[in-house]
Ligand binder design. Structure first.
Ligand code: NDP
Length: 292
């Protein structure tokens, strides 16, 4: 069997076009433009690249963006002052604090300061708390897990009643993905580094979300025939045939899994492009919440 490919690049592009159309409508009607503020503390090149790509996406979709950068030795007080200023600025619709921050910064405290109506990354304790409670909806859902669920929905996967297995329990991917699946009435098992007999657990999954950051660890014979497989992992492996000398692979062995799964996301071109698309969707939602 060869699985249906879930084309995250195409689905993300469609989300972006929908967001751009709504932004254009707002602007034409004289309503405030969505504006995303990014906060970067320090000089990690990967974080700087992520922040730059978020600003670029805003520009492409007709949104505004403000890029705030503090030095690596910034104090807790300076970061908090910046977040408070952005909270108070009515032109700013959404605030994204790029993680991780330097170790002297208490990230949880900073995230808890973001006005819930501007928390487009969905990481404030209030949004996560609402996600974890039955019958309470968060204002914003964290972008990567939101993208995973959106891909499942677009692929026509039945979530309600499905046995779902989430590999990984991080605050940014695994745990919110599990909470989202529960809110959509899946029966969810969350696995982590202490889980016993991972292959046996994964074999029960109608839906598998893999977010462990372990190169192609999930083998084809772990997959239940017909399962939906969402591979969040981004791992770099050496590849002499590439100009860069490396290529990206997921947490799932794609070539093996595609022979067994019902549908599967590739890496790259699966979950990756969805993260920024969902951030743009959240930023549009933020301006709608604040200004109608
Ligand atoms: P973390 O390192 O924060 O979490 C990894 C999780 O996997 C932990 O819960 C850990 O368990 C678990 N784990 C690690 N090794 C094993 C193992 N051998 N068996 C079972 N469980 C294991 O990673 P993130 O959640 O931040 O990211 C996961 C992957 O997703 C990475 O490859 C990352 O690059 C990618 N990613 C992709 C994004 C995208 O846009 N596509 C966005 C964010 C992340 P324990 O809790 O016990 O330590």
């Amino acid at each position: 069997m060869t699985a249906q490919l879930i084309d995250g690049k195409a689905i993300a592009q469609k989300v972006r076009e929908e967001v751009a159309a709504k932004v254009a409508q707002r602007t034409a009607a004289g309503k405030p433009q969505p504006v995303l503020a990014t906060v970067l503390v320090g000089d990690r090149p990967d974080s700087a690249a992520y922040v730059a790509s978020k600003g670029k996406a805003c520009q492409e979709l007709g949104m505004g963006s403000v890029s705030e950068h503090l030095p690596a030795d910034a104090t807790q007080g300076q970061v908090e002052e910046l977040v408070k200023r952005l909270n108070a600025d009515a032109r700013i619709s959404g605030i994204l604090v790029q993680l991780p921050m330097p170790k002297q910064i208490d990230e949880e405290r900073v995230l808890s300061l973001i006005n819930i109506e501007k928390d487009v990354d969905g990481f404030s304790p209030i949004n996560i708390g609402r996600l974890a409670q039955k019958g309470r909806d968060p204002l914003f859902v964290p972008c990567t897990p939101y993208g995973c669920i959106y891909l499942l929905e677009q692929a026509g996967v039945q979530i309600e009643g499905a046995n779902a297995v989430v590999l990984g329990r991080s605050n940014i991917v695994g745990m919110p993905a599990a909470l989202l699946l529960i809110s959509r009435n899946a029966t969810v098992t969350v696995c982590h580094s202490r889980t016993r007999d991972l292959p046996a657990v994964v074999r029960q999954a109608d839906i598998l979300i893999a977010a462990i950051g372990r190169t192609e660890m999930v083998r084809g014979d772990w997959i239940k025939p017909g399962a939906a497989v969402i591979d969040v992992g981004i791992n770099s492996v050496p590849d002499a045939t590439k100009k860069s000398g490396h290529r990206l692979v997921g947490d799932v062995n794609f070539n093996e899994a595609k022979e067994v799964a019902g549908c599967i996301t590739p890496v790259p071109g699966g979950v990756g492009p969805m993260t920024i698309a969902m951030l743009m969707k959240n930023t549009l939602r933020a301006v709608e919440i604040q200004h109608g």
